[in-house]
Design a protein around this ligand. Sequence first.
Ligand code: FE
Length: 339
Amino acid sequence: MITHRHILFIIAGFLFFISCSDEEVVNIYSSRHYDTDLQLYENFTEKTGIAVNLIEGSSDELIERINNEGINSPADVVITVDAGRLWRAKEAGVLQSFESDYLSETINDQMHDPEGYWVGLSKRVRGIVYNKEAVDTTDLEGYWELADDQWNGRICMRSSNNIYNQSLVASLIETYGEEETEEWATNLVNNFARSPQGGDTDQIQAVAAGLCDIAIVNHYYLARLIRSDSEEDREVASQVAMYFPADEHGGAHVNISGAGVAANSPNKENAIRFIEYLATEEAQQYYAIANNEFPVLTTMELPEVLGQFGNFDTDGVNVAMYGINNPTAIRVMDRAGWR
Ligand code: FE
């Protein structure tokens, strides 16, 4: 039996539907968890009148969720860190290609998916952090030389199930080939001071504590410790320094955080507008610099903490290859005994 109450609900639902379809929105599915990103979303709404709805989760969770939602998925923009994960999202069919004159003009080709499914919005350099007392800086060359005997028992490393290391190995495979890279990985593993454990910050702490002399970590983890409110963190940071492999030693491995338009985006125009906004100077200030990442806009002035790491030469590998070579990288690391 239909009561007045039911009718009221139906009317309320209808009005809700009308008001929703009137309001401009963009639905962001993000695996970045930074407070500064929230500030940025507010700024975007203020500027454009487009409301931002945010769904957070790990990259794999978000991909699964969008797939389950299927054709009715409200997802407009997918944001994640590491080109390897952007590639996974594309492979899983949760992205669509999109075009933007602004993004192709302002962002270097190397930071784009060649088929236009995603674009990089900040850069993270996977550098070599070293103990200032224990390492002679003239001994530092490239990732490739870390397999040499002189580093035996001196390297701390994160496990091979971490995407950052998978992308590094994928990049080396692109440059040196699978066989050579497997040999390199085998020798590298032999140089480990301990079995792989912990995150990037743990590696820096271990280097500072003298458990090992060097480690490979993303630069912003050290920047965070340098800028930390905790004296303990700053003390750790003061024991170590960051080295970016120079051009003559193959250059530095540069990864990205980035975004793409969701496959069934109901607000595609807003999605593109939002991604373009993330690449404006105003947004890069929050999106990249506040998190100690390098901006993709080369016109930006770098804050002191990034300036002190010095310039970096990239290894020249298109970041899309990190994803394409990812399955091979995992096999290579596994065969090399990289736990
Ligand atoms: Fe990270």
